[in-house]
Design a protein around this ligand. Structure first.
Ligand code: AMP
Ligand code: MG
Length: 364
């Protein structure tokens, strides 16, 4: 028996089939990057239309590759938000139709919860059991937050410990990369160039913001403004060596802020009531960054904490993580007619499914 995951919140159409133990049987992703690249960012209308074109062929292909039939699909999990509303509606409507036609329950998944659980998916075989409590760092093109997740005693409680007050970390990578003439998405480009350069915080004095009220929130807009100023002053777009050093320094400053907030949060959380977290999970598109992955592992060794890093294919948007989050929220699966798409949706916020208004009847 399988849970089917569907993800269409932004610019990746993705479909996955997972077993009840979290084993990923199939995870197909159709990326739209090439379609949006000429515009330097995601164009919502193009995204919706691309999802319409690719979703059903991907569903058929997923079943074919897994050797599964529709009869073996027990539950459907779909991203209900947050994301581009037109893009979300394509996935949600398709999931509703399938769920109703097959007479199987539908669970609405918060995309961020998908990322949050993704480091526990295995390369092969059953998923890694969720620890009773863990810290999760979700860093992507649209989000930058650290969460405290408790799963002990069958609970599923997620508390957001901080957020960004302005730009997300991936967005900062993308905007600064675009300014210095690198193609979209900028994160991997900055990482590639940074490998050839040397971080020099004297030459490029990027700020690490601190708030007066000792808040652990992130803020990346100052770094972005600084980056644009230094890039202009040193004309880094015209000089490959300067560009490499610039990228190395900029990336270093972004990660320094991340670790400064993590250190503070870790000190506070270690003093909290048991169970104490003994694992930390990194997720989201920016978690694909090799330098960050190495630094995170080193941080874990220093603090005697198990670090869970998602496989790179589970870092960017994918339906395997949506199906896996759907498994954690299985109890909430229900009538597909009650599921809605939301462009904004908080983790730990109000759930989407209410009471089932009428029995779910398979249409004849
Ligand atoms: P997502 O929002 O989860 O789809 O992830 C996309 C974001 O991750 C974009 O902002 C990318 O620039 C960023 N990203 C992807 N790979 C890397 C990388 N290697 N280093 C830094 N950022 C990255
Ligand atoms: Mg995402």
């Amino acid at each position: 028996m399988y849970i089917l995951g569907i993800e269409t919140s932004c610019d990746e159409t993705s479909v996955a089939l997972l077993r009840a133990d979290g084993e990923v049987r199939c995870n197909l992703i159709s990326s739209q990057i090439a379609r949006h690249q000429p515009f330097g960012g995601v164009v919502p209308e193009i995204a919706s239309r691309e999802h319409l074109v690719h979703l059903f062929p991907l569903l058929e292909e997923a079943l074919r590759q897994s050797g599964a039939s529709w009869n073996e699909v027990e539950t459907i999990a779909v991203t209900a938000g947050p994301g581009l509303i037109g893009a979300l509606l394509v996935g949600v409507s398709a999931a509703q139709g399938l769920s109703y036609a097959l007479g199987i329950p539908l669970v609405a998944v918060n995309h961020l919860e998908g990322h949050l659980f993704s480091p526990f998916l295995s390369a092969s075989g059953a998923a890694i059991p969720l620890p009773p409590r863990f810290l999760s760092i979700v860093i992507s093109g649209g989000h930058s937050s650290i969460y405290d997740v408790v799963t002990a005693d069958g609970r599923l409680e997620i508390e957001m410990l901080n957020r960004t007050r302005d730009d997300a970390i991936g967005e900062t990578f993308d905007k600064v990369a675009k300014f210095v003439g690198l193609p979209y998405p900028g994160g991997p480009q900055v990482e590639r160039l940074a490998r050839a350069g040397k971080a020099d915080r004297k030459r490029f004095p990027f700020p690490v913001p601190q708030f007066k009220e000792s808040s652990v929130d992130f803020s990346f807009s100052g770094l972005k403004a600084g980056a644009i100023r230094w890039a202009r002053q040193y004309r880094v777009g015209e000089d490959q060596a300067a560009l490499a050093d610039f990228c190395a320094t900029f990336q270093d400053a972004l990660f320094e802020q991340l670790f400064s907030r993590l250190d503070t949060i870790w000190q506070q959380i270690r003093r909290s009531a048991p169970p104490r977290p003994r694992e930390i999970a990194l997720a989201g598109g920016v978690a694909a960054n090799g330098v960050l992955r190495e630094r995170m592992q080193a941080w874990g060794r220093q603090h005697d904490v198990m670090v869970r890093l998602p496989e790179k294919r589970f870092c960017t948007d994918n339906a395997a993580m949506i199906a896996f989050a759907g498994l954690q929220r299985r109890r909430e699966a229900g009538d597909p007619r009650l599921v809605k798409a939301y462009s904004r949706m908080l983790v730990g916020g109000p759930r989407i499914l209410g009471e089932t208004s009428a029995p779910l009847v398979r249409p004849s």
